[in-house]
Ligand binder design. Structure first.
Ligand code: GAF
Length: 389
């Protein structure tokens, strides 16, 4: 199942959509999931540690090769017909098609012999909800091109090329977390990723089997990582690392945090550093708890992570803060924003028997504040990218 819809249904919809748009059948359908980051936020571009897992909701790309080098892309969710892009079409003005076009471009720039393609996209991952719909689209496209053109890419190469597409073509200076999550996650696990070494460990995490639920609360405040706030945080972290004489903030040990803070000239830099260093520590402590079979005990770390993102890193927003406060007030074990922030979704860890009350508590708090009703879904770690048909 993916998002309550059997996988083969969405794969079939992608095939049918392809045929309706292009007038012939696709060579196959490839899928990649959205992701939730359990903890480890704004650490990936600081060479730090992250702990995402794959959502059951995925983006499906039905694809066929083209000999003329053109990319023709169509999405069931986006009005406006087929986007037709030549290899040198600039990203500006191409909207969502910049993501698959960026993947083609990144593959060619890396020396892969990739021709054109016709693509039709069906996505279950809500866009703008902080669940990484863009990485899902990039990775599903890369998988399709890999197989259509026999490239033999590893999952790690796939993630790196997709990040390159987003950094260089779309213009978002993101880290490697989302693309690695989409490419490499496995069902029933969170992915403990060292974003410098790119070493990965799949840590068992099954909320349902532990009598827990992980709720994803989509605040419906759409976020846009291309608006400059994300890039500003990244630049601030890099400047702080230079001021401290380290390669990246990952190299500031938790035990020397106070010394590092004392060596920094201004409060803004101190707050960025404090978040990144304490967040890396929270990831390590979360992994230790999961390894010890104590997923319930992770709750307070989530809430502490949220406070750090809100107060030090300043990437939360009133709706995310409300979701977290209302969930905790209604008896959740812990909650935090997930993803880049400035909108999007919160994750809430809750005992199974309290899940309904907590979801209702969050909805009531939003209603009382005059906000749109949030969308709430239950997440269990699903599979990473795959061929779906
Ligand atoms: C976004 C980015 F794409 C990731 O690389 C990561 O930095 C995240 O924000 C924050 O942890 O999802």
């Amino acid at each position: 199942m993916s998002g309550g819809v059997p996988e083969r249904d969405t794969a079939r919809a992608a095939c049918d959509g392809f045929r309706a748009v292009f007038g012939y059948g696709p060579a196959g359908v490839w899928a990649a999931p959205g992701r939730v980051n359990l903890i480890g936020e704004h650490t990936d571009y600081n060479d730090g540690f992250v702990l995402p897992f794959a959502l059951r909701q995925s983006t499906f790309v039905a694809a066929a090769p083209r000999a003329d080098g053109l990319l023709r892309a169509h999405s069931a969710a986006v009005p406006g017909g087929v986007a037709e892009l030549a290899p040198d079409t600039p990203a500006a003005g191409t909207g969502w098609a910049a993501y698959p076009a960026g993947v083609v471009r990144a593959l060619r720039a890396a020396g892969h012999r990739v021709g054109g393609a016709d693509l039709h996209v069906e996505s279950e991952v809500p866009a703008g909800a902080g669940l990484s719909s863009s990485a899902a689209l990039e990775v599903a496209t890369a998988l399709a091109l890999d197989e259509l053109y026999g490239l033999g890419l590893s999952r790690e190469e796939t993630a790196l090329l997709c990040r390159r597409a987003e950094n260089e073509h779309v213009g978002v200076p993101c880290g490697i977390m989302d693309q690695t999550a989409a490419a490499c996650c496995t069902a029933g696990h969170v992915l403990h990723l060292d974003t410098r070494e790119l070493t990965r460990r799949h840590v068992p995490f099954g909320p349902a089997a532990a009598g827990l639920r992980l709720l994803v609360v989509d605040t419906r405040v759409e976020h846009d990582l291309a608006d400059g706030s994300y890039a500003k945080r990244r630049a601030g972290c890099e400047a702080a690392a230079r001021a401290l004489g380290v390669r990246a903030l990952r190299d500031v040990p938790y035990a020397s945090l106070d010394d590092a803070l004392g060596a920094l000239p201004d409060g803004a830099a101190r707050r960025l550093v404090r978040h990144v260093v304490t967040e890396n520590d929270r990831v390590a402590r979360t992994v230790a708890l999961l390894d010890a079979g104590r997923p319930r005990a992770v709750g307070p770390l989530l809430t502490a992570g949220h406070a750090s993102l809100r107060d030090d890193f300043a990437v939360s927003c009133p709706e995310l803060d409300l979701a977290v406060a209302a969930a905790n007030g209604a008896g959740a074990l812990g909650a935090r924003m997930t993803g880049g922030g400035f909108g999007g979704s919160a994750v809430v860890l809750v005992a199974e028997e309290d899940a309904e009350r907590v979801a209702k508590g969050v909805a009531a708090a939003f209603a009382a504040a005059g906000l749109r009703r949030p969308r709430v879904l239950t997440a269990e770690p699903g599979p990473g990218a795959r061929r779906a048909a």
